[in-house]
Design a protein around this ligand. Structure first.
Ligand code: HEC
Length: 205
């Protein structure tokens, strides 16, 4: 931008009238609904629908395998979607949907929201059910003739669900750090058992 253009832009901005009242407007119900697509571990938010492992396999080959590999093994730097069970305690754990993720709802939500990469929210509910079923099958968690639906969704438990627990710091840890400070008779006197060098460790008072 030339200096002249910059100057005239500044002049235009300076001349703009101040906005009247608060900015923006309340979101419309349809706008809220478009954002409100999260799915919870208890199945809340799941759309009606169904999809089989077989349907998912065909769709996966077409829309996902180019990045995630034919069997979910991950290609190049694209993440693996299967395998890694039993590696979580290894120095280099392989964290996948099957080995690490605690809840199936995250797989459904994430796929629907963000995949295929750069084409998020382009899949139908049935397609996401089918892909989820296929990824479960790649992780040996459901048989090849399985069909996933809203009604049986919460019967599937991922192997690492017990590896996660709710964040209870607000009730368990925080109170420990918010006791009133002790001012007198605060427990037993420390015993000095060794000294760094003469004069460095203070004498007990
Ligand atoms: C163009 C490449 C590409 C395609 C095609 C693609 N993905 Fe992905 N996928 C990615 C990338 C990149 C990430 C990691 C994104 C990140 O971590 O921010 C990812 C992450 C994921 C994850 C999360 C993995 C994890 O453990 O974090 C899932 C699940 C997934 N993709 C499923 C799918 C499915 C199902 C399809 C087909 C509908 C698909 N992806 C198609 C590139 C792709």
């Amino acid at each position: 931008m030339s200096n002249w253009a910059r100057l005239s832009l500044l002049a235009t901005l300076a001349a703009a009238p101040a906005a009247a009242g608060p900015l923006g407007r309340p979101a419309l119900p349809a706008e809220i609904a478009a954002w409100n697509i999260d799915i919870r571990p208890d199945g809340a938010g799941l759309p009606e629908g169904r999809g089989s492992v077989t349907d998912g396999e065909a769709l996966y080959a077409e829309a996902c395998a180019a990045c995630h590999g034919d069997f979910g093994e991950g290609l190049g730097r694209y993440p693996a979607l299967a395998g890694g069970q039993g590696t979580l305690k290894a120095d280099r754990p392989t964290k996948t949907v099957g080995s690490f993720w605690p809840h199936l709802s995250t797989l459904f939500d994430y796929t629907r929201r963000a995949m295929p990469a750069y084409q998020g929210q382009s899949l139908t509910a049935d397609q996401v059910y089918a892909l989820t079923a296929y990824i479960l099958n790649l992780n040996d968690l459901v048989p090849a003739d399985f069909t996933l639906r809203r009604q049986n969704f919460t019967t599937i438990r991922l192997p690492n669900v017990a590896g996660f627990r709710p964040d209870d710091r607000a009730t368990v840890e925080d109170p420990l750090f918010h006791q009133p400070p002790c001012r007198e008779a605060c427990g037993t006197r420390p015993q000095i058992t060794a000294r760094a060098s003469p004069g460095l460790t203070p004498d007990a008072r």
